[in-house]
Design a binder for this molecule. Structure first.
Ligand code: NAG
Ligand code: NAG
Ligand code: NAG
Length: 469
């Protein structure tokens, strides 16, 4: 079932809402892609994750479940009288910084509870992480993207976030309906009809949503909402003295790309937060066999892999007494596009350098990218016609690094940039130049750091960081 809602006022984007009850949609093929266990234990449970432009992922657990499996360095302890379990002191970490290139991590000091919190990256690349539970409820924490030497392990500090830039409307979805809010005048500019069926699609019914890729100079935006459960599922799963009934979840199977963006966690219709008793659908288990429930998270890395961690944690980091124990492992999923069979077609961005500083670009500016494709270089060397057939349709995409938690990727946004037909020019020895036009306004892409990929057919390059201002 598909419900499309169009709206236009002046130069506002049309918002189109795509509801997939998904009954008629084929499940994603199990073939393709590869799982890899990166760490059996990073010491904390990855409930929230944020990739920063230094290719480090800041990972948060909750603080109020007792000692984690990772000590703070230098005998440091956290003494927070408002901590539920260890008010007298806790010498373990509840946050880590994961370094992608070296597959290593280090503990970070976190003072207040970040359970059920949110976050975003400010235009200058600083992680702004807000809210939490009890002592963490009223807090804002910030974490700059530091160079990463061990001496700078200061951990999150408090600071006021920059206000969001841009001039668009806010699409808000709750339960089974949506509005468009002009947040500057605080006026509702559009009320969308209640979704067919009327069943709730967010907490505690745990649906998810994703803003689908924005085309160049878009005149509409499309939001996919899926998951959820029939009304009453939550209470029926919580009865203590009568038979507990688990109503089947709304089907969350959209196509594989949507699932990737939306997360790879739970099937549970009603969330019994933290008890970890629910059974994830078999296909939701990673091939490594690790169940990833409601409190798991996943982020896209610059190399195209997805970093996956967390699950429902247990008080006292109880590892043995539960059907789905506290999960400290960290995995990576390499989608089919990273398969070695695609290596000859994989573009490699040569300039700007993928490992250098972020390229600074302004709105509407042209970004020139030099890249190579191995298959083209090989044909050239053989004196062939020069790479014919090895270069498919070249596109350039731009992806915001999102703050992910609870099957949501906050701030997630994928833009397909404008590339003129004549903009792909062949250089020497299998190299090419492509010129992509940056989004025109901050409505399309708020200022900040993005990953930019050159995509040959469906095979993406490793990304580069760009800083849009
Ligand atoms: C806790 O960490 C140690 C290494 O410090 C590791 O051997 C152990 O498996 C971890 N425990 C769990 C439950 O992950
Ligand atoms: C958060 O701050 C408000 C306003 O000061 C206060 O009323 C509320 O109790 C605080 N909440 C928590 C959980 O500390
Ligand atoms: C797990 O939880 C139970 C019940 O709360 C407790 O008795 C037990 O000691 C815990 N085990 C660990 C290893 O903390």
């Amino acid at each position: 079932m598909e419900l499309r809602l169009l709206y236009s006022r002046g130069r506002r984007l049309l918002v189109r809402l795509l509801l997939l009850a998904c009954a008629g949609i084929a499940p994603a093929s199990a073939a393709g892609g590869r799982w890899e266990l990166l760490h059996r234990s990073i010491g904390v449970s990855a409930m929230h994750m944020q990739l920063l432009h230094n290719d480090r992922v800041i990972i948060f657990d909750r603080t109020d479940f007792g000692r984690s499996n990772l000590s703070l360095p230098g005998g440091r302890c956290r003494v927070n009288p408002r901590d539920k379990v260890l008010p007298g002191g806790d010498c373990t970490a509840h946050s880590v910084e994961y370094h992608v290139a070296s597959n290593s991590f280090r503990p970070l000091f976190l003072f207040t509870d970040t359970w059920c919190s949110s976050g975003t990256v400010a235009p200058d690349g600083t992680l702004v992480q807000t809210g939490g539970w009890l002592d963490g409820y009223n807090n804002t924490r910030t974490m700059p993207a530091c160079a990463g030497d061990k001496s700078s392990a200061t951990g999150p500090r408090s600071r006021t976030p920059s206000p969001p830039a841009g001039d668009g409307s806010l699409f808000i979805f709750a339960s089974n309906r949506a509005i468009l809010l002009d947040y500057k005048s605080n006026k509702v500019v559009r009320t969308y009809p209640v979704l067919a069926g009327g069943d709730p699609r967010n907490y505690p019914s745990t649906g998810s949503s994703v803003l689908l890729p924005l085309k160049p100079n878009p005149t509409e935006a499309e939001v996919l909402v899926c998951g959820g459960a029939p009304k009453g599922s939550y209470p029926s799963s919580r009865h203590r003295h009568v038979t507990r009934t688990f109503v089947p979840a709304g089907d969350v199977r959209a196509d594989q790309d949507h699932r990737r963006l939306a997360g790879v966690g739970h099937r549970d219709n009603a969330v019994a937060a933290g008890d970890g008793r629910h059974d994830p659908a078999p296909e939701r288990r990673a091939a490594t066999g690790v169940p990833r429930l409601y409190h798991s998270s996943v982020v896209l890395l610059r190399d195209g892999r997805l970093l996956v961690g967390g699950s429902n944690p247990h008080i006292y980091y109880n590892f043995s007494d539960a059907r789905f124990p506290t999960e400290l492992s960290l995995e990576a999923f390499s989608p089919e596009y990273l398969d070695p069979s695609n290596d000859m077609l994989r573009p490699r961005i040569l300039n700007p350098s993928p490992t250098g500083a972020a390229a600074s670009v302004t709105y509407g500016a042209k970004l020139a990218l030099k890249f190579s494709v191995p298959a083209s270089a090989r044909r050239r060397r053989r004196g062939g016609a020069g790479g014919g057939g090895s270069l498919g349709v070249v596109s350039v995409t731009m992806v915001a690094p999102s703050f992910t938690t609870h099957s949501f990727a906050m701030n997630q946004r994928l833009l397909v940039l404008e590339v003129a037909k004549t903009a792909v020019v062949r250089g020497l020895a299998g190299t090419y130049y492509v010129s992509a036009t940056m989004p025109a306004t901050a409505v399309l892409a708020p200022p900040g750091y993005y990953m930019v990929f050159v995509v040959n057919g469906h095979v993406p390059s490793e990304g580069i960081w760009v800083h849009v201002q």
